[in-house]
Design a protein around this ligand. Structure first.
Ligand SMILES: [Zn+2]
Ligand SMILES: [Zn+2]
Length: 431
């Protein structure tokens, strides 16, 4: 059928629909827009009404929307007002309508055999999105909008939220005494409440997370910042080299085009570098390796530090770690294996202590390797003496790739926690 024939068929059906009760131009056009592949409901409705020879506008209110389609202007103004602080280039408007309106719409479409026609909910969404796009010079899109507005016509509430900005970056840490994680807000245990401005974090920087989150929040005029770490370190550990990789999600950013800056940003003890936008945080665990330098004290039987330098003969026994697999057991007794390479060892620092440099697969519990504790082989076993890890600094952390294990691994290791935790992402301890 040609276009003209299709329009005439629609017009004759529209005559029947109008004879059964009043409809506004928007709702009339919407019923036939899909079959005619036209997008302006209101214009099509007016043309169909004219062709159906019912030129007069309906005297009674529309039997589907009861005048809502012609009364959207105040809602549009409120959406515009809510969106005022945001910079965006694409929009989507979601709406919630009263059930009674949805039911009237379903009845009309069913009664006239128009099951394939667009519904009133989609019609209201599209009309508001088109108006918002036109007044802000943005594009109305069907998914992943920069800005999503929601209008609930049941209670008249309007809200807007922007799509998170997702970033990858690295941080170096040059000051001791700074934990990686920010303590959660005491009032809400991290859920977000008025006391913590819905950020979920305890006040003050006081952590790598606090500094990084504050920096990104300001850069993107955002809300809460969720950080995913590639491994972790103790509060007294430094992170050198290119730093430790992380991913961050800045929720509800007011601006998304903030320049990321080429060099490192010094946040005071923590420097962030290599920031780049990424599509999403990897869903599969990230495999990584760390090069770490530990200063270890060898202790006597009474727990005191040995007097003289550690004999070379003793240190030589550490060479068993030059290329090995280390088995560790977690609190629940689940076993995991990670590879370890000893890169260097030397007596030094204080009497009775030595340093060792290792290249370890992510997730290997280094402190437990050094002090002993459900990790095999371990340093105290090799030296035949208790050891204390006095300092554990990271020279660099590098990503090796994404893990192939996507939950395919079976066994007790699956139980103890999330996939990410098993692979060492966001592991709380030094690894
Ligand atoms: Zn209507
Ligand atoms: Zn709170």
């Amino acid at each position: 059928m040609d276009r003209r024939g299709a329009f005439e068929l629609a017009a004759s059906r529209a005559r029947g629909v109008l004879a059964a009760g009043p409809l506004c131009d928007h709702c009339l056009g919407r019923l036939f827009a899909n079959s005619l592949m036209l997008s302006s409901h209101r214009r099509l409705g007016a043309r169909l009404r004219a062709a159906a020879a019912r030129r007069r506008p309906p005297a009674a209110p529309c039997r589907v929307c009861r005048g809502l389609m012609d009364g959207l202007a105040p809602f549009h103004s409120r959406v515009l007002e809510a969106a005022a602080g945001y910079r965006f280039s694409s929009v989507l408007v979601g709406v919630t309508l009263k059930a009674s309106m949805l039911e009237r719409d379903d009845r009309v479409r069913s009664r006239h055999g128009l099951a394939g026609a667009g519904g009133v909910k989609a019609g209201v969404s599209a009309a508001l999105a088109a108006a918002l796009a036109a007044s802000t010079g943005s594009a109305a899109v069907a998914s992943s909008p920069d800005l999503a507005a929601t209008v609930d016509f049941r209670d008249g509430s309007v809200s807007v939220r922007s799509r998170p900005v997702v970033l990858a970056g690295r941080y170096a840490k040059a000051s001791r005494g700074l934990p990686q994680r920010q303590a959660p807000c005491a009032g809400c245990a991290g859920k977000g409440c008025a006391a913590c401005s819905f950020l979920g974090a305890a006040a003050g920087p006081g952590s790598v997370e606090g500094l990084v989150a504050g920096f990104l929040r300001e850069k993107f005029s955002g809300g809460r910042v969720k950080v995913t770490w590639i491994g972790g370190e103790d509060r007294d550990s430094l992170v050198g080299g290119d730093g430790r990789p992380f991913f961050a999600q800045v929720l509800d950013p007011r601006r998304r085009d903030a320049p990321l800056g080429g060099g490192a940003a010094d946040l005071g003890g923590v420097a962030v570098a290599g920031l780049r936008r990424v599509r999403s945080i990897p869903r599969r665990p990230v495999r990584f390796r760390s090069v770490a330098e530990a200063r270890v004290a060898v202790l006597g039987g009474d727990g005191s530090r040995l007097g003289g330098p550690v004999p070379e003969g003793d240190l030589g026994r550490l060479d068993a770690l030059s290329d090995c697999t280390v088995a560790s057991y977690d609190g629940a007794g689940a076993r995991s294996e990670r590879s370890l390479r000893l890169l260097g060892r030397a007596p030094g620092g204080a009497p009775g202590s030595f340093t060792m440099v290792v290249d370890a697969e992510g997730g290997l519990p280094l402190r437990r390797l050094i002090e002993g504790g459900e990790v095999f082989p371990n340093v105290p076993d090799l030296l035949g003496a208790p050891c204390s890890c006095e300092r554990l600094d990271f020279r660099g952390v590098r990503v090796v790739g994404l893990s192939r294990q996507g939950g395919a691994r079976r066994g007790p290791a699956r139980r103890g926690g999330s996939r990410a935790r098993r692979a060492g992402i966001a592991a709380g301890r030094a690894d």
